[in-house]
Ligand binder design. Sequence first.
Ligand code: IMP
Length: 204
Amino acid sequence: MKTLIFATGNKDKVREVKEMLEGLDVRVLSLKEAGLDPEIVEDGESFRENSLIKARTVYALCGEAVLADDSGLEIDAFDGAPGVYSSRYMGEDTPYTVKCGAILERLKDVPDEERGADFRCAISFICPDGKGGCTEYCEEGAVYGRIAYAPAGNNGFGYDPIFYLPELGKTTSELSDEEKNALSHRGRALRAVKPHIVRWITEE
Ligand code: IMP
């Protein structure tokens, strides 16, 4: 069975991606499970650039097939911030209850039609090409919604409790993992990358 390393330290993302790749003939390992602790400088200006930086750094280190995601929340009223800075917004170690609370406070008098936001994700997949080199793929996905008026739900992670989907009347934190994967930015990007992974798994 082939091994695919998922270049993230975020255990929630690992859970989501492992669930979505279940049933494929591949062993997915997190960085921790692979015994890797790379120094990754995420200085790209887009989700795409950052996911490629992560994937290339880990591929250079181990030479195994690598999957890497970069994702974040873009809030219309903040001109797309926090965007690629989503995990660093207000400080990497600041609890998400505090980060979400600060966003809700800044938007407290903002009406529905100006509360638009999206979650965006780029997923890069690098695999050996069998000729001593490698092949790179990068696919993106997005989900559009609004910033809620108050946090709701206990599933998911990060900004999920305040990311509201008007058509479902729920935040992404109120969805099961399965429901979230079906419509999320990460689910969409991964479904776009999956055919490349399947091809790599089935080739000699
Ligand atoms: P990354 O690890 O640099 O890609 O950081 C992405 C950050 O964006 C996460 O730490 C979360 O703050 C936020 N984010 C990305 N995807 C999601 C999601 O599915 N739900 C909630 N927050 C997310």
